[in-house]
Ligand binder design. Structure first.
Ligand SMILES: O=P(O)(O)OC[C@H]1O[C@H](OP(=O)(O)OP(=O)(O)O)[C@H](O)[C@@H]1O
Ligand code: HPA
Ligand SMILES: [Mg+2]
Length: 165
């Protein structure tokens, strides 16, 4: 697959604001989550912000990767699963956090491990939306989200010369 048509660049400020907006939504559910399971690596950043806002101090990781060469998704690679302490009741009362859902495959893989957990991510594309309980911003499927931890400052082509957005 080549790079999707549209670009959605996100700055650190914007990501912090959007992750906080996610925390507000989650707080409004009054569900009293006792732990966060964050899907590494992308979920580490929103998990740090949400754990601070909601005062959740028990943080676990599930280490899973499927995008092996930037935009192309390969097979799911589960490097570390979830402690039985958190998965024993199907993950009831657990909040699962990721940066985004795209095809929904990553979330679906983790849902199979924690069917009763609440799934949250900051950004969502339409194919992944059915896998997620709470998110903040939806972008179209033909959009690539550029996260600040993947970026550096570079020259931008003017719009009139064909900049992508
Ligand atoms: O909905 P999907 O199509 O499954 O894609 C979403 C997943 O892809 C990215 O992770 P990636 O596998 O690139 O690993 P990373 O978090 O370590 O960057 C992203 O952080 C999500 O976890
Ligand atoms: O749009 C995206 N941006 C960054 N990482 C991703 N992994 C899957 N989709 C995306
Ligand atoms: Mg990820």
């Amino acid at each position: 697959m080549s790079l999707p048509e549209k670009a959605f660049p996100v700055s650190w400020d914007q990501f912090h604001r959007d992750a906080r907006a996610l925390a507000w939504r989650l707080a409004g559910l009054n569900q009293n989550f006792h732990a966060i399971v964050c899907i590494t690596r992308g979920g580490l950043v929103p998990a740090a912000i949400i754990s601070r806002e909601l005062n959740i101090r028990l943080i676990e990781t599930v280490c899973i990767a499927s995008y092996h060469d930037y935009v192309n998704q390969g097979e799911m690679n589960l490097l570390k699963g979830i402690t039985p302490e958190l998965s024993k009741d199907g993950g009831a009362g657990v909040l699962v956090v990721d940066d985004l859902t795209d095809t929904g495959k990553t979330a679906s893989e983790v849902r199979a491990m924690l069917p009763k957990a609440h799934f949250a991510c900051v950004y969502a594309k339409p194919s992944g939306v059915p896998m997620i309980d709470t998110f903040v911003t939806e972008v179209s499927q033909d959009t690539w989200i550029y996260f600040p931890w993947d970026m550096g400052f570079t020259y931008q082509e003017p719009i009139a010369k064909g900049a992508k957005g």
